[in-house]
Design a protein around this ligand. Structure first.
Ligand code: PMP
Length: 323
């Protein structure tokens, strides 16, 4: 997975991959005290473009703030760092993983004295649930693990330690022969996949849930809601039941990693015809067109990666040149 990676951005510097290490005493390793993002960079005609970079950075800072971490870099500095890493690697498309975490000072539970670090990794990452998944869909099981409630952990934050819940569910599903888990919330309603939001299609209406059902509010979810409304498809946001899933005509997951992946069956019961449905297919098509710059309406979602590095602070470069 990381074979083509040469560089990592760490606390303001680009360092060789093998030197991008942290000490075993960092707080985040022991307690999961970190927050992260997953962003995709797509290949567009004019070069690589980052999909919904602003929304991802917005959530990154918001997640950090929930855990009392002040990210010691401005958004434009992180955006610049991401572009610089992509440019250096020469990737035309890739996955981008910024992480902000508590470093080494104490292993008491109160992390406030631990320094705050920020790193960015990038790597080429194809379809998350396998190449066939985008077309044929995935087999899902309803997990025996429940998604934590927002009074237990801030579900709106994308925090490292919170993913142990997802990992338990994903491992269980995988070892039972499924591709992915679907978690219920503490009230027994549908929540989300281990790393993706869920949509259903019933009576030609697109249904999805929201933060009242303990989901992470996905950036892809937002984009798909907009694409659907623009296509004239009605979107209803409400609680979803297990019965809704079993009686759905179509179902799919959304997320940066899975993009828009159809759900073929849940616990062995086919959804609709057990194949990618027509609404899923048309939204998928629209989504990939938007992400790769083929639909001018959604150009605003894309952040181009410039072919040559532009100076981050032109005034500093000008001053250096004057010496
Ligand atoms: N839910 C969870 C638990 C996730 O980890 C993700 C992936 N970030 C999502 C939903 C989808 O979010 P996004 O579309 O922003 O990637």
């Amino acid at each position: 997975m990381f074979e083509e990676c040469q560089w990592v951005w760490m606390d303001g510097e680009i360092v060789p991959w093998r030197e991008a290490t942290v000490h075993v005493s960092v707080h985040a390793l022991h307690y999961g005290t970190g927050v992260f993002e997953g962003i995709r960079c797509y290949e567009a005609a004019q070069g690589p473009v980052l999909f919904c970079l602003d929304a991802h950075l917005e959530r990154f800072y918001a997640s950090a703030s929930v855990y009392g971490m002040r990210i010691p870099f401005a958004r434009h500095e992180l955006a610049y760092a991401i572009c610089e890493l992509i440019r250096r690697h020469g990737f035309t498309s890739c996955y981008v993983r910024p992480i902000c975490y508590r470093g080494s000072r104490t292993l008491g539970l109160l992390p406030d004295k631990c320094p705050i670090h920020v790193s960015i990794l990038i790597w080429p990452w194809g379809s998350y649930l396998g190449n066939a998944a985008l077309q044929d869909g995935v087999n899902v099981t309803i997990s025996s693990w429940t998604k934590f409630h927002s009074r237990m952990m801030p579900t709106a934050a994308k925090a490292c330690g919170q993913y142990l819940n997802s990992i338990l569910a994903a491992r269980e599903a995988f070892h039972e022969g499924y591709d992915e888990a679907l978690l219920l919330d503490t009230n027994g309603h549908i929540c989300e996949g281990s790393g993706e939001n869920i949509f259903l299609v019933k009576n030609k209406t697109l249904l999805t849930n929201d933060e009242r059902h303990s989901i992470l509010l996905g950036v892809t979810r937002n984009a798909v809601i907009t694409l659907a409304r623009d296509l004239g498809i009605a979107v209803e946001v409400r609680a979803l039941t297990v019965k809704d899933v079993h009686s759905a005509e179509e179902a799919f997951f959304t997320g940066t990693a899975v993009e828009l992946t159809p759900i073929r069956a849940v616990d062995g019961r086919p959804i609709g015809q057990g194949i990618r449905g027509p609404i899923t297919e048309s939204l998928q098509c629209r989504f990939f067109d938007a992400a790769s710059g083929n639909d001018p309406i959604y150009k605003g979602w894309l952040h181009p990666v410039p072919a040559a590095a532009k100076p981050l602070r032109p005034e500093l470069v000008a001053a250096e040149g004057a010496d």
